[in-house]
Design a protein around this ligand. Structure first.
Ligand SMILES: Nc1ncnc2c1ncn2[C@@H]1O[C@H](COP(=O)(O)OP(=O)(O)OP(=O)(O)O)[C@@H](O)[C@H]1O
Length: 247
């Protein structure tokens, strides 16, 4: 598998504080990678650097062999890197269906708009469980349903790299299975995904199902990368997590 994303020696500073310290990471096309580590380890900052919301003070980020670390956020998004935040980002005054149409509109190389694939949108609505609500306005959805709508919007967009920050937070087991199906959809179409989460049951399930590797961060550095079981049984990881109930 060729590398889709290469983070090379990236350092991010907030004033005198170093949030990322010479971090290097390589993600292949179609790979699912899980980022874990205690609070403040730098996981979200790494997603911020990849998506362009913070700029490294040192090092570079390559995406499809192009340096993206100095580009504005919208250009990075246009190149196919999509970030899902914890707060859903949907257009409240539009219906569920219209949000999805808008998210899937694409320009051809000739500059004209490509036809929208309505069947694909219907399939995605079934997958996220919002088919029955497709004509409702987004503002009528619950917070949880808006999260599914945003994931559906990302699914309609043929992006190559999806960044998910704590997607399993607050989900029931049934919803976690739905989230795993959505992750499977991304992987099936060969998108790469980076997931930051603290829910170890969820992470174990996706690591086993999609043969994902886990990268463990601490104090702005990457300390280990390995399988879920390798990381879970690593003595240094255990020492750092000692007393932290959720690991
Ligand atoms: N805008 C900012 N200004 C100053 N410090 C920041 C800023 N954003 C993050 N930090 C600090 O950088 C460090 C890394 O934060 P980050 O949010 O990346 O950690 P994290 O691993 O995602 O933690 P969590 O699991 O709690 O979300 C923390 O000490 C945090 O306080």
């Amino acid at each position: 598998m060729r590398a889709l994303l290469e983070v090379r020696n990236v350092t991010v500073k907030y004033g005198n504080f170093t949030a990322l310290d010479r971090v290097s990471l390589s993600i292949s096309q179609g790979e699912l990678r899980v980022l874990i580590g205690p609070n403040g380890a730098g996981k979200t900052t790494l997603l911020d650097a990849i998506s362009g919301t913070v700029k490294p003070s040192y090092g570079d980020i390559y995406y499809k062999n192009t340096v993206i670390s100095k580009l504005p956020i919208h250009k990075i998004a246009r190149m196919g890197i999509i970030r899902k935040f914890q707060t859903p980002n949907v257009i409240e005054s539009l219906s569920v269906w219209d949000n999805l149409i808008l998210a899937s509109v694409k320009k051809n190389v000739s500059g004209t708009f490509a036809p929208v694939d309505h069947n694909k949108i219907k399939d995605i609505l079934e997958l996220v469980g919002l088919h029955e609500r497709r004509y409702d306005l987004a503002k009528e959805l619950s917070h949880g349903e808006k999260q599914w709508l945003e994931l559906a919007m990302i699914l309609t967009n043929d992006c190559d790299l999806v960044l998910l920050d704590e997607p399993a937070i607050g989900l029931t087991l049934k919803d976690i299975y739905k989230l795993i199906d959505i992750i499977g959809y991304f992987i099936k179409r060969n998108s790469s995904i980076i997931i930051v989460d603290h829910n170890m049951d969820f992470l174990r399930m996706i690591c086993e199902k999609f043969e994902a590797r886990v990268t463990f961060m601490h104090q702005g550095k990457i300390l280990r990368t390995g399988t879920f079981d390798e990381i879970r049984s690593d003595n240094e990881v255990k020492r750092i997590y000692l007393g932290v109930e959720r690991c």
